[in-house]
Structure formats: structure tokens, C-alpha cells
Design a protein around this ligand. Sequence first.
Ligand code: T3D
Length: 268
Amino acid sequence: MAETDTVLYEARDAVAVLTLNRPDKLNAFNDDLHRELRRALDKATDDTAIGAILLTGAGRGFCAGQDLSARDPNTLTSAVDLGATLEKNYNPLVQTLRSLDKPVVCAVNGVAAGAGVSVALACDIVLAAMSARFLLPFCKIGLVPDAGSTWIIPRLIGEARAKGLALTGEPLGAEEAASWGLIWRAVEDADLMDAAFAMAERLSKGPTSALAMTKQAIQQSSDHDFAQQLALERDMQRKAGLSGDYAEGVRAFLEKRPADFRRSKKDA
Ligand code: T3D
């Protein structure tokens, strides 16, 4: 395992496991964590041996959002421009996660708060430990939910529930988050990492380009009307239909064996 200070990076087979590593602060973001997470995501993106990414947190929390000790009015000499820090750090991070052409699985191992929720929900498949909870405590510190949460949360769970979470800051448990459609699945705490790794490993062996297009198609659907989405699917399917992965998938079906997309990648 290659260890940096605030993010751990481990390549396990074709899965890059990225662990936010400021457990004493519930993995709250400071500038180092932002920088090292960017670096780790770039590394996983550039490594052709990596087919999927798994993001989790060290210790008892997943991520408590912005490190508020770096925002202490008693020590700051002037106000921090929070719009600028969103532009510099958080917005590019959630954009990167959603645009990555490798699937990203998130294992929410404990509390996710503030921008920590946005980061989790920017991943493609979110599993959470039963003991994890999701909260938007911005209302408790006089801020508005950010890093895409006012866009993605109402789309996932509807306006009434999104407003309930954002206007009260109340925690939402993992099982309820799953039943509301905020996340994919809640699993027993002890099983979380195995389940999340199994999911990432499965995706890492999938038809990478088709999975990347699938992710983009679903993400773009809410900005499209039906005709636009049909056109997008047509264009993507045209591209997928020319791929070695498709040839391998059909061949495997007809030969009654599991598809081996690594083989089609080697042949490409
Ligand atoms: O600023 C910008 O650039 C704009 C962007 C903003 C994005 C944001 O995310 S703003 C929202 C920031 N986050 C929060 O408001 C959450 C603050 N934390 C909490 O409300 C609670 O800690 C939790 C509900 C997340 C967890 O509660 P609990 O009781 O399980 O743990 P705890 O005891 O509160 O926290 C454990 C330790 O982590 C504690 O340190 P200590 O006392 O043991 O030395 C606590 O201070 C520290 N910690 C938790 N969250 C943060 C934090 N330290 C700094 N910043 C945090 N966000």
C-alpha cells in the first residue's frame, strides 16, 4: 500500500481503494485532503490496470464535510470566500467523480455530513454500513447545502424529503436512506467493506466503456426530454455495438459461458 498523509491508495487487483484518512476529524476536508484525493483519483484514472474505484473513510466516520477548524472566526484575520473554495475544491471533485470513465463505488463506513454527503452521492454506487447516517447540518452553521447536494438530493428522493433533511439537519439512517432511494444498499457494518469491494471488483471486470456510457446516459437523463434521451442512447449504442466488449459478450452468451471482457480489451 502506498501511503500518503490524508488519503491512502491501494491497488487491489483491478480496484483502486481510496481511503480518506483523517479519522480524528471524521475525515473532514482540509486543503491537503483535497489535493491528495485529486492526486489519487488522477492516478486511478491514468492506470489502465484499474477498472473501478472504491472510496471509503478511515475510522468511525466517512466524511464530516469541510474542516471547520480552518474556518474559526476567532483565528481568521479575514472572511474566507466560500464560493471560491467551492469553485477550487468541492465542485471539481464532485464533477470529477461523476464524469470519471471508471465506475466509482462508495462505502459509507460511518457518518457522512455536509459536503461528505455530496462526495458520497457523486459516486456511482453507494453502499452504507447500517450504523452510518447522512446529514446536511449546513442550517446549523448558517450555510446552504453545497457541492451539488441541492441538485442531486431532490432528484434522488424528491423535494419534500430533500427539504426535510436540509432545513432540519436531522440525521438519516442508512436503512432509511436506502429505502428512500438516496443510496443503493445498506449492509451490516461487519460486511460493508467486503460487499463494497465485491461490487467494485465486479464492475472492474465489466465492459468499461459501456459502463462509462451507461453512467453518463443516466446522469444526463434529467436534463433531457424523451427524444433527446433516445438520440443519446442511439449514439452510445452505435459506439458500443462496434466494441470488442460487445463481440465478446454476444460470443460468450452463444457459447454459454461467462463473458471475459479482459480478453476483449487485450484484443482491442
Ligand atoms: O468552507 C468551505 O470551504 C465551504 C464548504 C462547505 C462544505 C461543508 O461541508 S460545510 C459543513 C461542515 N460540516 C459540518 O458542519 C459537520 C460538523 N460535524 C458534526 O456535526 C458532527 O461532528 C457529526 C454529526 C459529523 C458527528 O458527530 P459525532 O458526535 O459522531 O462526532 P463529534 O464528537 O462531533 O466529532 C468527532 C471529532 O471530529 C471531534 O473532534 P474532538 O472533539 O474529538 O477533538 C469533532 O470536533 C471533529 N469533527 C467532526 N466534524 C468536523 C470536525 N472537526 C472539524 N471539522 C468538522 N467538520
